[in-house]
Ligand binder design. Structure first.
Ligand code: PLP
Ligand code: COI
Length: 338
């Protein structure tokens, strides 16, 4: 294997040794197969190619100081993948098979799990796709589940440094009763143009407003939004955002350190009252936000004058990482040791 510079890793594809697959045919999932092929042979009329029958997940495993590998909340990802699959008429992948596939793919690629000291992690990417041919708009009858892994560093190049995000009112990511709550490829396709405009202008993500009224904070690029004020952790309640497992964990951690937790609509005017803001997700972990620009309204909201993360964001980040890397007791039962 070529040498991996663990501390220099960014978030990108790195070829590992093996991936794990299962095929759905005649109503049944096949036993897990281990392969070293990076290719998926498929029919040119497969529904994943034409009608977006594709759901995916993202989770991480961490190597501790004790050298043990810990997987973070994989059951939550298994359940969310089932929820997403139901949302676009695909068969659910069983939770026990999902967990077995994750453990297998980690064991087979153990040498790609970054060392504790690097601060990097193993990113695990399961996906489920419609494989059989359809030209009419219909669900496939055959599906493929694949899970592959890669060692990763921070998603946003800033890592745990504060970044800025932009509101671009001409773009929506998902409709209130659409697919925003599912982790389906189409949502990411819908976010590419606005994302590119934001990157060109120097923002690390688009902060979407609710598509119906353009009044409330919605999804924040590939992450959930949160704000802190008066010892309260506040995060948007919306039918068009993905229910983030990181966000759920941060809500529990905030509660455990005596903060109030509110999951509710956040009107855009409320941004002015926030003491801290951030985005959170598996890939993003916590990315503190120092400034939000409402670009079309020419208005800015500033949360950090010196560009540094706020004290509560730092505390939550450290607590989450400590549990993930095994430095702190896993009181919530979030971690599976491989
Ligand atoms: N929102 C979107 C659109 C995402 O892609 C992700 C990443 O998975 C998240 C939020 C964060 O979710 P999680 O914390 O479960 O990774
Ligand atoms: C994740 O945080 O796991 C994501 O899926 C975000 C992005 C890479 C799509």
């Amino acid at each position: 294997m070529r040498n991996i510079n663990w501390t220099e890793l960014s978030f990108g594809y790195v070829k590992a040794d093996y991936n794990v697959r299962s095929y759905y045919c005649e109503g049944k999932w096949s036993d897990l197969e281990i392969t070293n092929s990076e290719q998926i042979p498929m029919h040119m009329s497969a529904t994943c190619l034409h009608y977006g029958q594709e759901v995916f997940e993202g989770l991480k495993a961490f190597r501790g100081k004790d050298k043990k590998i810990r997987i973070f909340r994989m059951r939550e990802n298994a359940l969310r993948m089932q929820f997403s699959a139901r949302g676009i008429l695909m068969p659910e992948f069983p939770v026990d098979m999902f967990e077995k596939a994750i453990i297998t793919v980690i064991n087979k690629n153990e040498r790609f799990v970054p060392p504790y000291e690097s601060g990097a992690a193993l990113y695990i990417r399961p996906l489920l796709i419609g494989m059989s041919a359809q030209v009419g708009v219909k669900a496939a009858s055959e599906y493929l589940f694949v899970v592959f892994v890669m060692p990763v560093g921070p998603y946003f190049k800033e890592g745990f440094k504060a970044t800025s995000v932009g509101i671009f009112r001409a773009y929506d990511r998902a409709a209130p009763l659409g697919t925003g709550a599912y982790k389906v490829g189409g949502n990411y396709a819908a976010s590419l143009v606005a994302g590119e405009i934001a990157y060109e202008k120097g923002y690390s993500a688009v902060l979407y407003l609710d598509a119906k009224e353009k009044k409330y904070i919605d999804e924040c690029g590939p992450a959930n939004f949160f704000g802190i004020k008066s010892n309260t952790y506040i995060t948007p309640k919306s039918s068009s955002i993905l229910s983030s497992i990181t966000n759920k964990s941060l809500m529990q951690l905030a509660d455990s350190i005596g903060m109030k937790v509110e999951r509710r609509q956040i009107p855009i005017e409320e941004l002015i009252t926030l003491e801290e803001a951030g985005m959170c997700g598996t890939a993003a972990v916590i990315s503190p936000i120092y400034r939000i620009d409402d670009v079309d309204k020419n208005q800015s909201y500033i949360f950090s004058k010196d560009g540094k993360p706020g004290p509560i964001s730092i505390k939550l980040y450290n607590k989450l990482k400590a549990i993930q890397y095994g430095d702190e007791e896993d009181k919530f039962g979030w971690v599976t040791i491989v």
